[in-house]
Ligand binder design. Sequence first.
Ligand SMILES: Cc1ncc(COP(=O)(O)O)c(C=O)c1O
Length: 378
Amino acid sequence: MAHTIEELIPEYIRGLPAYIPGRPIEEVERELKVHAIKLASNENPIGPSPKAVEAVKKAVAESNRYPDGGTHLLRAKLARLHGVAVDQILMGLGSSEIIDLAARILLTRGKTGVTSHGSYAPFSLAIRASGAELVRMPQQEFAFDLRAIADAVVAHPETRIVYLANPNNPTGTAFGVVELQEFLRRVPADVLVVLDEAYIHYADRSHMPDSVQLFREHKNLLILRTFSKVYGLAGLRVGYAIGDTPVLEAMNRLRTPFNLTGVSQAAAIAALDDAEHVNRSIQENAIERARLTKGVSALGLRPVRSHSNFIFIDIGPEAQELCDELLHEGVIVRPLGWMGFPEAMRVSVGVAAENDKLLAVMGRLLGKRAGKSEMASR
Ligand SMILES: Cc1ncc(COP(=O)(O)O)c(C=O)c1O
């Protein structure tokens, strides 16, 4: 045999870093023998809508049947909600599946995909996994630099796709309507602009773009939304895209057949009907986010103003160590070295009791450190 199979896997796939998810509560509790809280994956800490839970119980009884592979009811409901046609909606196994599909329909060796440094890692992974060149532009003050990204697109005529997240993960910053309009005017109409709005419900609404309105003028816009955040259904894996029908049709041909289970579809439909749960999730997040931001600032740390359900905290060289210490105290947060920020951590906004625990443990750990360095300097 001339080669092993491993040797025949293209270098651009062998060299890919694996996506690192937040550590599950059970794993941490088993390993470290502590009671743990998880503030690491930007989930809805309140839980799913009770209406979604009821719908799941009913739908599970039909699990001997394949689900509706075309997700008709759910897509029709979303089309009404956004004021678009049903064939302008594509459902995905989380928005994660669509991030990947978008790269697969457009990129190949010799093409380019553009995004920002310090953004959601699967954007870069999707570009690299296609064999295309990845171009990442630096951020400005932890936010997307849309002008620099547009410059990069213009400078690389073989660009086929751009990934943006608004608000951004992991920094929590957001860009406004004026910046996005200017960006869309500059980017050629044959470059697909993937606008990931996973956290859009949590953003300060006053200056945010109405992306669906912009899509009416710019058919190269692909808007991504998810049920994993404000709808509280991260475990059921439901995401969707709003986009131009031919683009969605191409992705539809590549997606996994029956990608959404019947249980997931039923839960998502019920969640859309529970506006009260969505509003409560947004309001409680806003209150707790403000309290958490104030609390970490009072500890002498530097949080970045957040438009999402998590807070990016600029810590300094001891960021990773502090995350490890928090983990050993049963508080799971996200170190960000692997996302390009070795001196920062990301903390999801939890319910009040979880945030209290985080602030208390962090205060204690920072106090100990301050005590140690004072002793050392004597
Ligand atoms: C910016 C962004 N996009 C997409 C996702 C993935 O969402 P889903 O659960 O729908 O795959 C996340 C998850 O954290 C995210 O932060």
